[in-house]
Design a protein around this ligand. Structure first.
Ligand code: NDP
Ligand code: 13P
Length: 355
């Protein structure tokens, strides 16, 4: 890295993209932000405010917004892609003519592409074939970052340059960037926790208590780790910020969009109404469908994802699903210590006397 200001491009004009762009500018980088809405780009350049996504946030005036990819990507050394999963590939393709192998390319998006069950950094890899690819994930509610609440995130990449550049570009006294080399595990954690945030929002709206939330989060972690192991990720990653850290914040806060969709459902709205009322993307709605199908296909036991799927898409009442889950097959607490199979075998050996 030279002494020249770093050149950073952010693709996406949502709340997280905007907060990251402003942090990088606070750190002295030359920052360009791409968004498709010309009126919002003009507002950012004129008022240094993203009125649609973070109206109360005074952005660093150095961030220059544009609807032109060429202007944003010209000279960029670090490119952060903060675009919902449904549009991620399309936007990377738009950017592709200005991307090159020396750049650091980082996804901030916590979602999964339906075709091929692809995570966003895999799309970056497929579309470019370039070597410096990473993901940012962690307990990072954008509106809290905008208030400069002390926050930590993870940059995950097997490429040391990518980790170092992102730590340098974004680390500051209220945003601490930890490194990981388990890109897949970190990215999977960010996508999976959205499922359980919907369930947690729903449970809260139904008046369920703190014991319930704690049970839900802990069993979610067990389920996420089980899925991760099946997919070849390192389950230890789920003990970090991008696993349990992100699960805690998203299952506890109505600042999370996924949690809010769950709350609306728990209050009796339909899924369409809940998504419509949110007016932004809640990735978990799509992720639960994809993960539930993948778990079925691969024979992974994921009762919470299955249950939430049935509530969202098959009209099963949430309370009835909660009752069925409580009365489900006997299981173990930490299955890395005592396996579920051992618990079930013990029940079979006891002749089913316990019902
Ligand atoms: N917000 C948060 O608290 C956090 C978000 N994340 C992750 O980061 C990602 C980015 O989040 P965030 O910044 O909040 O943004 P959003 O996920 O809310 O995405 C909004 C941005 O994407 C743009 N966009 C949507 N569809 C398209 C398209 N087809 N073509 C071009 N642009 C499009 C929107 O443009 P327009 O306004 O014109 O629709 C807007 O600029 C998310 O996927 C999320 O999982 C991670 C941590 C925290
Ligand atoms: O990922 C997030 C916080 O870490 C943001 O979650 P939502 O997408 O549910 O708002």
């Amino acid at each position: 890295m030279s002494d020249e200001p770093m050149q950073v491009a952010v693709l996406g004009g949502g709340s997280f993209g905007t907060a990251l762009a402003s942090i990088a500018a606070d750190n002295g980088a030359r920052v360009r932000q791409w968004l498709r809405d010309p009126a919002l780009a003009a507002q950012i350049n004129r008022e240094h405010c993203n009125g649609r996504y973070l109206p109360d946030y005074a952005m660093n005036p150095g961030v220059v917004a544009s609807t032109e990819m060429a202007e944003v990507l010209e000279g960029a050394q670090l490119v952060l892609v903060a675009i919902p999963s449904k549009a991620f590939r399309e936007v990377v393709r738009q950017a592709r003519p200005w991307l090159h192998a020396a750049q650091i390319l980082v996804s901030t998006t916590k979602g999964i592409q339906e075709e091929g069950f692809k995570l966003m950094s895999q799309i970056l890899e497929e579309e470019t074939g370039f070597p410096h690819i990473g993901v940012i994930s962690g307990p990072n509610l954008a509106s809290e970052i905008a208030q400069k609440q002390l926050t930590a995130t993870v940059i995950a990449s097997d490429d040391p340059d990518t980790r170092t550049w992102v730590q340098t570009a974004l680390g500051c006294d209220y945003f601490r960037v930890y490194a990981s080399n388990d890109r897949y595990g970190v990215e999977l954690g960010g996508a999976l926790k959205n499922i359980y945030a919907i369930a947690a929002g729903m449970a809260a709206a139904l008046g369920m208590g703190e014991n319930t939330r704690s049970m839900l989060m802990t069993r979610a972690l067990a389920e996420m780790s089980r899925f991760a192991v099946d997919q070849g990720a390192n389950p230890m990653t789920f003990l970090g910020l991008a696993g349990v850290g992100d699960l805690i914040v998203t299952c506890s806060s109505s600042l999370s969009r996924n949690y809010r969709v769950g709350q609306a459902l728990g209050e009796g709205r339909t899924l369409d109404e809940a998504v419509e009322a949110l007016g932004q993307v809640a990735e978990g709605v799509n992720t639960v469908r994809l993960v539930r199908d993948k778990a079925r296909q691969d024979g992974v036991y994921m009762p919470l994802a299955e249950g939430l799927y049935q509530v969202l898409f098959e009209g099963v009442p949430a309370r009835e699903m909660a009752r069925m889950l409580m009365l489900g097959e006997q299981s173990s607490d930490v299955e890395f210590i005592l396996s579920r199979e051992d618990v079930q075998q013990a029940h079979r050996d006891s002749g089913g006397q316990d019902g």
